[in-house]
Design a protein around this ligand. Structure first.
Ligand code: GLP
Length: 249
């Protein structure tokens, strides 16, 4: 099995290490006069990484002028200005506080008309390829074993597309949305193959409620039942865990 696990005392310590890796990548690309292509995630897991990147920008002069970002997913339908949108989340936690060029920010658009979605998803995929491919993909994991919103049943060859959210995922989001009836039923997500093409992948998980899915992802058979198991096929993936999330390994 190819996945490396790094276990830390807590999420704060772990997040510093992940943020430093991202910062080093950005700086090394700057030295080569190249763009740095980052795949970014939402949810509670990456928040401290973004906090540290913002701190490095403000206090250490880390610049994001050469950074192009592609977010994994967005609810559908979803307006950008809605407080539950991943568009809003990313601006609040990262983009509003750094010097990234607005035109270099890519987040799936939850307002695309349903008839235009298929082409929109093909274009999103091609935009990643034309930028040179993802240098680094940050991931969280859902209790269903989803990465991005690739729910159980997602194919290893899947690309960016619209999916139906798993019931468990909607339950987990229900407190944010003030009730499951307010959680969107669908989302746009990068596919499993989109994620696996990244040159480097770091998946973060914190807390006891992730311990079971982490065990099944790291030790279980590769299967679309737990899409995160497809990461076992990737050459350069690290799982960054706190002690609770790693407690069943
Ligand atoms: C959402 C996101 C995923 C994320 C997952 C875990 O469903 N679409 O990308 O990994 O939730 O969320 P959290 O980090 O809050 O546990």
């Amino acid at each position: 099995e190819k996945i490396h696990n790094k276990i830390f005392k807590n999420a704060s310590e772990a997040s510093l290490i992940v943020a430093r890796e991202i910062a080093q990548l950005i700086v090394s690309k700057q030295a080569e006069n190249k763009d740095c292509i980052l795949g970014l995630a939402t949810g509670s897991s990456p928040i401290k990484v973004y906090e540290e990147l913002v701190r490095m920008h403000k206090e250490d002069g880390l610049s994001f002028r050469n950074v192009i970002t592609f977010n994994l997913d967005e609810y559908y339908p979803m307006k950008k200005e809605n407080h539950h949108s991943y568009h809003h989340f990313m601006h609040e936690h990262l983009f509003n506080h750094i010097d990234i060029k607005p035109e270099n920010i890519n987040i799936p658009d939850g307002t695309i008309l349903i008839d235009a979605l298929k082409q929109y998803c093909i274009d999103y995929e091609n935009k990643i390829i034309n930028a040179g491919g993802l240098d680094f993909q940050l991931l969280g994991i859902g209790r269903t074993g989803h990465v991005g919103f690739n729910e159980p049943g997602s194919h290893i060859n899947s690309g960016t597309r619209i999916i139906t959210l798993d019931y468990i995922t909607r339950v987990d989001a229900s407190s944010d949305f003030n009730g499951i009836e307010n959680v969107p039923k669908r989302a746009i997500t990068m596919g499993v193959s989109t994620i696996l093409k990244s040159k480097r992948i770091v998946l973060m998980a914190w807390g006891q409620n992730k311990a079971d899915v982490i065990k099944r992802t790291v030790q279980g058979d590769i299967s679309p039942e737990i899409p995160a198991t497809f990461l076992q096929n990737h050459d350069n993936t690290t799982f960054v865990l706190d002690q609770s999330a790693a407690s069943e390994l």
